[in-house]
Design a protein around this ligand. Sequence first.
Ligand code: SF4
Length: 110
Amino acid sequence: MAVEILEAMRQFAESYAKRTNTFFCSDRTVTAFVLEGLAKNKKDLGSPLCPCRYYDNKEEEVVSSYWNCPCLPMRERKQCHCMLFLTPDNNYTSISQEISLEELKTLLDT
Ligand code: SF4
């Protein structure tokens, strides 16, 4: 995993959470694994395709952009089924909109 891409996704997630008044999961490993998945897709496909879905054809999905993070359900209705961005009323939410690169690395054991 290229740490630069992971860092770019980390920065995106922090700023997007703050902009949308959403929060990271109280289970920090969820946040870490979703960010890792987004970074992997960004590296392999050129776009941060949602890592929590199955795709028959990833390249076609990237072009359609529907599931490029932030996906359309998130942009329109604040629905993130990966639990990366949670609304304040969600049972699994924390009060945190920040995660450091060091914490990410520790959680991912990289
Ligand atoms: S569900 Fe949408 S907002 Fe959440 S990680 Fe996947 S693409 Fe991003």
